[in-house]
Ligand binder design. Structure first.
Ligand SMILES: Nc1ncnc2c1ncn2[C@@H]1O[C@H](COP(=O)(O)OP(=O)(O)OP(=O)(O)O)[C@@H](O)[C@H]1O
Length: 305
């Protein structure tokens, strides 16, 4: 069980949110240790969380805390030792390749680095067409859908014929978002999707993700080390430390009135433009709050201003 402290949590309510789209329970992930006798490295130590349809759960924590590993486990890319992952009522933690392919209709990902996540030798149109043809969409329908997707992420129609190198980082990330949306998924795992972008571009991409959610009702698991981004994007926030969730709750209360000392320490470590706000937080924090070793050293100013 997690050591979650705030209300509105999967951990405090044993059955979690009744309408959850994604339900993770007591998830443990470990990797073999280095060397034959080394113990396995425990990365996730019993994580439980829920995401409702159309909701964004922000997952925040310092580097190495296990944020990406949660997303990878949901996508079937991390070795689950025990626990369960239920998506739309179906247990998927041990889903095989064929089931995973079918799941990719509903479950997609946007990675951090738009420079490495797109195949440099494929045109944008081919990149967007791949998930469509993989699910049996005919050529004519695929062309129409690609045009629709480019329009949705505000790229010109002729982008379909161009290669990734012809685009800026923000434009490439919009291509990656369009690719993730191609099959109209119900959940997109956004793994630090703006941390490689400059501040202005970050804001544009975050606004786009919000618009898309409003229109389509897609849910996001939004992984970030940046508290200002997580506050801007999330309905609820889960804070992870050393492979365990320490606090989960609605975004406003977790980021404005954190209950757990670690969350308070994360907040204190994040740069805040407003000196009064920084002082208020410092005063609110307990003197005993631990200092995270590398919490969000380069967190940009709040995109919400
Ligand atoms: N394939 C792997 N084999 C062994 N250890 C791994 C593997 N993948 C991740 N880890 C370890 O798991 C821990 C958590 O990694 P993870 O990428 O989930 O953290 P994170 O919170 O997303 O960090 P960051 O913000 O730096 O991306 C790290 O200590 C990492 O070294």
């Amino acid at each position: 069980m997690t050591s979650t402290v705030a209300d509105d949590t999967a951990a405090e309510v044993p059955d979690g949110l009744p309408d959850a789209l994604l339900r993770v329970r007591d998830l443990r992930v470990s990797y073999p240790g280095r060397g034959r006798r080394a113990p396995r490295a425990e990365i996730l130590k019993g994580v439980s969380l829920d995401i409702r349809p159309g909701e964004t759960l922000g997952l925040v924590g310092e580097s190495g805390s296990g944020k990406t590993t949660i997303g990878r486990a949901v996508l079937g890319l991390a070795p689950v030792q025990s626990g369960s992952i239920t998506f739309a009522g179906e247990r998927i933690e041990r889903a095989g390749a064929a089931r995973r392919r079918a799941l990719s209709r509903d479950l997609q990902v946007v990675f951090q680095d738009p420079y490495t996540s797109l195949n440099p030798s494929r045109t944008v149109g081919d990149t967007l067409g791949e998930p469509l043809s993989g699910q049996g969409t005919g050529a004519k329908e695929a062309r129409a859908r690609i045009a629709e997707l480019l329009d949705r992420v505000r790229l010109p129609a002729d982008a379909a014929d161009r290669l990734p190198r012809e685009f800026s980082g923000g434009q490439r990330q919009r291509v990656a978002i369009a690719r993730a949306l191609a099959l109209r998924p119900r959940l997109v795992i956004c793994d630090e999707p703006v941390s490689a972008l400059d501040l202005t571009t970050q804001r544009t991409v975050l606004d786009l993700l919000l618009e898309i959610q409003e229109e389509s009702g897609v849910a996001y698991l939004f992984v970030t080390h940046d508290l200002s981004v997580v506050r801007f994007m999330s309905h609820r926030v889960a804070v992870i430390r050393g492979g365990e969730l320490v606090e989960t709750g609605d975004a406003r209360s977790v980021t404005s009135e954190p209950r757990h000392p670690y969350t308070r320490a994360l907040m204190l470590a994040a740069p805040v433009a407003d000196v009064a706000e920084q002082r208020r937080r410092r005063e609110a924090a307990q003197a005993s709050a631990p200092t995270p070793s590398s919490a969000s050293p380069s967190a940009p100013a709040s995109p919400s201003g």
